[in-house]
Design a protein around this ligand. Structure first.
Ligand code: 5AD
Ligand code: SF4
Length: 571
């Protein structure tokens, strides 16, 4: 088979970014190549998100754009991967005949077979009768279906999706010429929470936890390949729990384990012993067994069931970041109850207080940084409820907060049972009001850092610097230029997080240094990096130093602050 080139575009969350990376590694090992030029690709794949309507709409418009291309090139294969495929099911293919294949996030291990099939079918149709090629070739889909949440059969069957994670290729080639130093590692898949507004439990299935040895080994392999920063991923990472005595092996591979009803407490999990790995244990193991990982962080924390054991491990482990992403979603108890969040605002406040008590040490250059998610305009949200959310924001003092207008998602409880009764105009106003409140908080947190010294992980030239140099995001180290590719989790992604990481939201985010544009072209280069609390820092360094500093962690003294961006210098 001649080499086929793939254009793969990813929408939505970090989990999707990781899925895309794993899928790309697997397809590459099968002989496919990847191109950033959609027009030159034989196969176009969209890894989609359906958490919010806006994210979905982007995909629909991409698929619309594909119609013309496909008419001109009947052998083109178009595939929809991820949550939208799972949620919309075969209806998606009816609506969009341009789509040849669909693959849900729980079935990505089947993608190579589907793709092979789709390519062959399209090519034979196009060769036999170009007119027929305009018709849909076959319904090629691998979907879990809502009723058969995959892990329901885990006890009986091999979880082949685990093999996709295990097969992760971390060869130097994949880590971009050795320049890549930051990576995601999945610890749990799926979610059992069933918040009434959320599609994730339906699209990603039930919560399951990966065997701790698989996670630790993956971290080691990444470290061996030059990675120094790892972000552990899960919808509710703090629910991680793996019981060795219940572990199942298939063909010598330990299988992931179903999440159980979590009975967390503030104290060290009394049930846990040598035979159980809790989230605290897992963090500790990675920290101790993979010291080459200089930064270990995790997202997302569920604000309940977060034990002191995790906070203690964070406090006592210097390479674990003082950063928590703990979405509150609303500041009103009655809204939280309708959302089925399972905690009260008093409990949420208690959690943040406890986290600060353990982890907030600004005098040591280690303040605790928090970030949050809020949904405005959830059904029934009154002006009083909204005022409580503003109060929550003021108390919580997130460094940044992603703010979303509620959008009803088909298949969720809220979609079926709770009428979307807050007018769009009200949602928009509340969204803007919250953004303004958060902007002030972010600004003041930023200014508090002036005069402090932080260890900063230098990612490479800032966005403004790259613009000035005419470099694209994917440019890699070239002779005489500075390495800018940092891998899956680049600063640029963070900077556009509201549009990319969690598309559709309007999180208050820093503007990449506006003032960089004012600087005259000189022998200095502006680099950007992050503190362990995920604050973004810019430093100007001599051109000759830029390459050496990129990818390393260096102390930086903060001299100025501009909204969320910090500006500093090497001491
Ligand atoms: N409408 C708006 N925001 C939503 N989120 C999840 N579902 C919806 C929805 N239906 C937001 C939540 C979640 C983040 C990833 O997306 O704030 O934390
Ligand atoms: Fe969705 Fe709630 Fe699970 Fe988060 S915890 S993924 S919001 S159901």
């Amino acid at each position: 088979m001649p080499t086929r080139s793939i254009y793969l575009e990813t929408f939505g969350c970090q989990m999707n970014e990781l899925d895309s990376e794993l899928v790309a590694g697997q397809l590459r090992s099968l002989g496919y190549t990847f191109t950033p030029d959609q027009g030159a690709a034989d196969i176009v794949l969209y890894n989609t998100c359906s958490v919010r309507e806006q994210a979905e709409q982007k995909v629909w418009s991409r698929l619309g754009e594909m119609k013309k291309r496909k008419a001109a090139d009947p052998s083109l294969v178009v595939g929809v991967l991820g949550c939208l495929a799972e949620r919309d099911g075969h209806g998606l293919m009816d609506r969009m005949p341009v789509v040849d294949l669909m693959c849900g996030p729980g079935e990505l291990d089947k993608l190579p077979a589907l793709l092979d099939n789709a390519v062959r079918t399209r090519e034979s149709l196009a060769a036999d009768d170009p007119k027929r090629a305009g018709l849909r070739s076959a319904r090629l889909a691998a979907l879990q279906g809502n009723s058969s949440r995959r892990s329901g059969t885990l006890a009986a069957a091999e979880d082949s999706l685990e093999l996709l994670d295990l097969s992760r290729s971390v060869s130097p080639v994949d880590v971009h010429d050795g320049a890549r130093r930051s990576a995601y590692v999945r610890i749990t898949r799926g979610c059992n929470k069933f918040c009434t507004y959320c599609v994730v439990p339906f699209t990603r299935g039930a919560e399951i936890h990966r065997p701790p040895n698989h996670v630790v080994d993956e971290c080691k392999r990444l470290a061996d390949a030059g990675v120094i920063e790892i972000t552990l991923l899960g919808q509710t990472v703090n629910h991680y729990r793996f019981e060795l005595d219940a572990a199942l092996e298939v063909d010598g591979v330990v299988q992931p384990q179903k999440g159980r009803t979590y009975k967390g407490s503030h104290n060290r999990d009394s049930l846990a012993g040598d035979r159980v790995t809790t989230f605290a244990d897992l963090l500790y193991r990675i920290h101790e067994e993979v010291p080459a990982i200089k930064r270990l962080r995790f997202v997302t924390s569920y604000p309940r069931d977060f034990g002191d054991d995790v906070l203690e491990v964070m406090r006592d482990s210097p390479r674990i970041c003082r950063y928590l992403h703990a979405p509150a979603q609303s500041g009103s108890d009655s809204v939280l109850a309708r959302m089925n969040r399972g905690y009260s605002i008093a409990e949420y406040d208690e959690f943040l207080d406890r986290a600060r008590h353990f982890l907030h040490e600004p005098e040591k250059g280690r303040p605790l940084m928090l970030s949050g998610d809020i949904i405005v305009g959830f059904p029934g949200e009154t002006d009083d409820d909204f005022a409580l959310t503003i109060d929550l924001l003021k108390r919580s003092r997130y460094k940044n907060c992603f703010i979303f207008k509620y959008s009803p998602r088909p298949g969720t409880v809220a979609y079926d049972k709770i009428p979307d009764d807050v007018p769009e105009q009200v949602k928009r106003t509340r969204n803007n009001d919250l953004l303004a409140v958060q902007a002030e908080i972010s600004d003041s947190i930023s200014r508090q850092q002036i005069g402090r010294t932080f260890d900063v992980y230098i990612e490479g030239p800032s966005k403004a610097e790259r613009k000035r140099q005419g470099l694209s995001k994917s440019d890699i180290r070239k002779a005489g230029q500075v390495a800018i590719t940092v891998g899956g989790h680049s600063l640029e992604d963070d900077l556009s997080f509201s549009g990319k990481g969690v598309s559709g939201g309007t999180g208050f985010q820093p503007a990449d240094s506006g003032r960089a544009g004012l600087r005259p072209a000189s022998d200095t280069i502006q680099l950007s990096g992050r503190t362990d609390g995920d604050l973004i820092v810019f430093i100007d360094v001599p051109r000759a130093q830029a390459e050496i500093l990129t990818g390393s962690i260096v102390p930086v003294r903060i001299t100025d602050a501009d909204r969320l961006s910090l500006f500093g210098e090497l001491p």
